[in-house]
Design a protein around this ligand. Sequence first.
Ligand SMILES: N[C@@H](CCC(=O)N[C@@H](CS)C(=O)NCC(=O)O)C(=O)O
Length: 56
Amino acid sequence: MLKLYSYYRSSAAFCVRIALEIKGLDWESIPVNLRLGGQKQQRFQQNNPQGLIPLL
Ligand SMILES: N[C@@H](CCC(=O)N[C@@H](CS)C(=O)NCC(=O)O)C(=O)O
């Protein structure tokens, strides 16, 4: 299953959620709290060194 790292207020992540639904793909959401700096944690940055969401 696809994993989408996202934040509910992210417009970029919202676009990806729409595309996944249009394509009818199975996916799960993994929340990254941008306000608490979740995108800067090593656990997230080892998957995306840019430290940006969305990450699929
Ligand atoms: N077009 C960009 C948009 C990504 C982006 O700007 N994400 C923002 C949230 S919408 C972000 O992760 N910001 C975290 C930060 O700046 O620390 C991409 O997907 O590469």
